[in-house]
Design a protein around this ligand. Structure first.
Ligand SMILES: NC(=O)c1ccc[n+]([C@@H]2O[C@H](COP(=O)([O-])OP(=O)(O)OC[C@H]3O[C@@H](n4cnc5c(N)ncnc54)[C@H](OP(=O)(O)O)[C@@H]3O)[C@@H](O)[C@H]2O)c1
Length: 279
């Protein structure tokens, strides 16, 4: 049995801060990587040396983004897939393993939060779409890739949740429920796929991506004054958390929900007449 207390000379003195975050030789599949947070993670991973696989619904846009990453000196390939479609995910996995023979990092980032009016105006179609893309797809992809990672002896899965999961507001009820499911799923998958494979989530607060185009910016500015950091995030500010969870820097971290929100979750209103809410 290992000693509970290690003396100074048993602590590895070879740690190299740069190499901790190095992804050279690793294959990283990122869904929703053509814009916003996914693109920021794809760029960061490519710069850290990973072979990135850019996934979204649109083949031409995936190809453009992969080409742009290669033009910046990275290694990137494109693979179109609708992550809300169960059977299409098996095809994605076969294509990626056929091309690269392994996946070291999977980021379940693709997600959406459609606008609705009254709760009773939420259609079954809208509800199912929100669950399919935000929760069902990430489960299926994690199952397919995670079991192969276990067989290969290692891997890191990162799910992208939302502070809406823990601070749900009236305008994002199905989305908040799906993202709360993502948080629970992350912990369950960490148990199921450990000890070889680590599974964590990033829980973003408000970021200025295309999602923010639907926000009332005056209302947002008023709300942001109550955030500890007083502002929304820029997409590239997700990169540090993603690099940490993807790389060996997080070798003893699994089942964690890492919040990246400028502290916004501590000031978000949940109910009342505060006007449009933000996810
Ligand atoms: N931005 C925020 O404030 C915020 C806050 C909390 C959580 N999040 C979460 O962070 C993640 C990324 O958000 P974002 O703001 O970067 O979003 P975004 O800018 O709208 O980008 C979404 C990405 O997902 C892809 N996508 C959408 N539906 C897809 C599907 N069915 N299959 C495959 N790809 C699909 C999009 O490409 P195509 O449309 O071409 O397929 C795009 O690449 C999401 O899970 C979101 O819920 C964002």
């Amino acid at each position: 049995m290992a000693a509970l207390h290690e003396s100074a000379d048993t602590v590895n003195s070879e740690l190299d801060a740069g190499r901790l975050f190095d992804l050279s030789g690793r294959v990283a599949v990122i869904t929703g990587a053509t814009r916003g947070l996914g693109l920021a993670m794809a760029r960061a991973f490519a710069r850290a040396g990973a072979q990135v696989v850019v996934v979204s619904r649109k083949a031409d846009v995936c190809a453009e983004v992969a080409a742009a990453l290669r033009a910046e000196g990275g290694k990137a390939a494109a693979c179109a897939c609708h992550v809300g479609r169960w059977d299409d995910l098996a095809t994605l996995v076969e294509d990626v393993y056929g091309e690269f023979a392994r996946v070291d990092v999977l980021v379940n980032n693709a997600g959406l939060s459609p606008v609705y009016g009254k709760l009773s105006e939420v259609t079954e179609e809208l509800f199912d779409k929100v669950i399919d893309v935000n929760l069902k797809g990430p489960f299926r992809l994690s199952a397919l890739v995670g079991e192969r990672m276990v067989a290969d002896g290692a891997g890191s899965i990162i799910n992208v949740s939302s502070t809406g999961a823990v601070r749900p507001t009236r305008d994002i009820v199905p989305y908040a429920a799906a993202k709360a499911g993502v948080n629970a799923m992350t912990v369950g998958l960490a148990h199921a796929l450990g000890p070889k494979v680590r599974v964590n989530a990033i829980m973003p607060g408000p970021f200025l991506t295309s999602i923010a185009r639907g926000w009332d910016m005056d209302t947002f500015a008023e709300r942001a004054r109550t955030f500890p950091l007083r502002r929304a995030g820029q997409a590239e500010e997700i990169a540090g958390a993603a690099l940490y969870l993807a790389s060996d820097a997080s070798s003893y971290t699994t089942g964690t929900i890492l919040t990246v929100d400028g502290g916004a979750q501590w000031s978000m209103a949940g109910t009342g007449d505060a006007g449009p809410q933000l996810s």
